[in-house]
Design a protein around this ligand. Structure first.
Ligand SMILES: *Cc1c(COP(=O)(O)O)cnc(C)c1O
Length: 407
């Protein structure tokens, strides 16, 4: 731990580590990718965490994201910019899913998506390390979460999104104080603009996994699941995978929890779910590759997972393989059908990416990758209210006789 900083709260970060070479980087400094061009992972003194806090102590705290503070990187309380990061509920999806299917409904988080978990952490760390201007490429939700948290603590933000990003996302980003630009390209084309500006020293690059702390925020999904399942884990997790931050983060969380002795060595099968119109991870998984090539002409209704190329591809593939899980692609019609089924049968409005996990669950069931007795968690990563819904045009003229039988 860096002794030069006065600590007004305890954290146990020892250093950061390149995810491919293991090269060590110092804590309490601004970091981007490693020298090898790969994501950095934050490492903790887990022995010290174990002596400082027990899982019962954590379980007795209020159930928000900050109950996990000993396993998070923020050193100074004053740098936490909170909008109320609650623990999200596990909602049974009995009819459209099955008797053992739970949805972790991340749509309840600030800005309506689980991007809040990653960005609340990354922004707090940016603030702690003195960043004043941030740029980011986004498919919508990440930009919205960045805008909200950065604005709240006075950091300037510039956001670039594909020009067909859902309208509501573009507007919420602008409304929450960022400067937002629609770009005639995909998210990695937007990323190239952000990278160019960062190289010129204009701003700090907040692209997925290009700074180390979003993974730490997303890791809390895995920590929460462990606590919610009574310090066990479900049999399978279906995760809609774009940049893969959450899948990588949960895998890291399980590892840290096991090292703490808070869970055993059993792991859920991790299912990386993508859309057939943009499935680079699925293609690499099936080909037995360690890295995934860019997916050309990416297209899907599930904008959040339209990511043609992920810098953490090898970390996603590694976690899926080590877990005995699978990478699965589902088509847009199946995604829309799943969203419809969950809403009409179970009263739960999923986002398209959440619908993709439900469609993938049924595919896995049909092909024997999971069975009906398996306890399964599907991730609904954003509120369904942010996405287009079918029209409901029926109108009633109250000045005319009403046919009550026809209502
Ligand atoms: C960002 C996003 C995803 C993908 O999350 P990653 O952790 O980047 O793979 C899925 N769904 C929605 C709604 C998103 O906003």
């Amino acid at each position: 731990m860096n002794q030069n900083l006065t600590t007004d709260r305890q954290t146990f970060v020892t250093h950061l580590e390149c995810s491919i070479t293991g090269e060590r980087y110092e804590a309490d400094q601004l970091h981007r990718l490693s020298r090898a061009g790969r994501p950095l992972l934050v490492r903790y003194d887990l022995d010290a965490v174990r002596s400082a806090v027990s899982r019962d102590t954590i379980a007795a705290r209020p159930t928000d994201l900050w109950r996990w503070r000993e396993l998070l990187p923020v050193r100074h309380t004053s740098n936490i910019v909170s909008l109320g990061e609650i623990e999200t509920p596990l909602v049974p999806l009995t009819k459209s899913g099955g008797p053992n299917v739970l949805v972790k409904d991340e749509g309840r988080l600030p800005t309506g998506s689980f991007k809040a978990r990653g960005l609340v952490m990354a922004v707090a760390m940016a603030k702690e390390l003195g960043v004043t201007k941030i740029a980011m490429p986004t498919n919508g939700n990440a930009g919205a979460a960045l805008a909200a948290y950065a604005t709240r603590c006075g950091i300037e933000t510039i956001v670039f999104c594909p020009d067909d990003t859902p309208e509501i996302n573009v507007r919420e980003i602008a409304m929450q104080g960022a400067r937002v630009w629609r770009v005639n390209g995909l998210i990695d084309d937007c990323g190239a603009i952000v990278g160019k500006g960062a190289a010129e020293g204009r701003w700090f690059d907040f692209s997925t996994l290009k700074e180390p702390y979003r993974i730490e925020g997303k890791k809390t999904m895995g920590l929460e699941l462990a606590a919610q399942f009574g310090w066990k884990l479900p049999d399978a997790i279906f995760y809609p995978t774009g940049g893969g931050t959450g899948l990588i983060g949960m895998w890291k969380a399980f590892d840290e929890l096991e090292k703490l002795g808070w869970i055993g060595s059993e792991r859920p099968k991790m299912f990386a779910v993508q859309a057939s119109g943009c499935a680079p991870i699925v293609r690499a998984f099936e080909a037995g590759e360690e890295h995934a090539e860019r997916w050309e002409d990416a297209s899907t209704v599930a904008a959040g997972i339209r990511v043609p190329k992920a810098v953490g591809d090898f970390l996603i593939l590694r976690a899926v393989r080590e877990s005995g899980g699978h990478a699965l692609a589902v088509g847009d019609p199946a995604i829309l059908k799943a969203v419809d089924a969950a809403a009409k049968q179970d009263g739960l409005l999923l986002c398209p990416e959440g619908g993709a996990t439900l469609a993938a669950y049924h595919q896995a069931l049909n092909t024997g990758l999971v069975d009906e007795d398996d306890k399964v968690v599907l991730f609904n990563c954003a509120t369904g209210l942010k996405y287009p819904m079918p029209e409901a045009p029926q109108a009633l003229d109250r000045t005319r006789p009403i046919d009550f039988d026809a209502l």
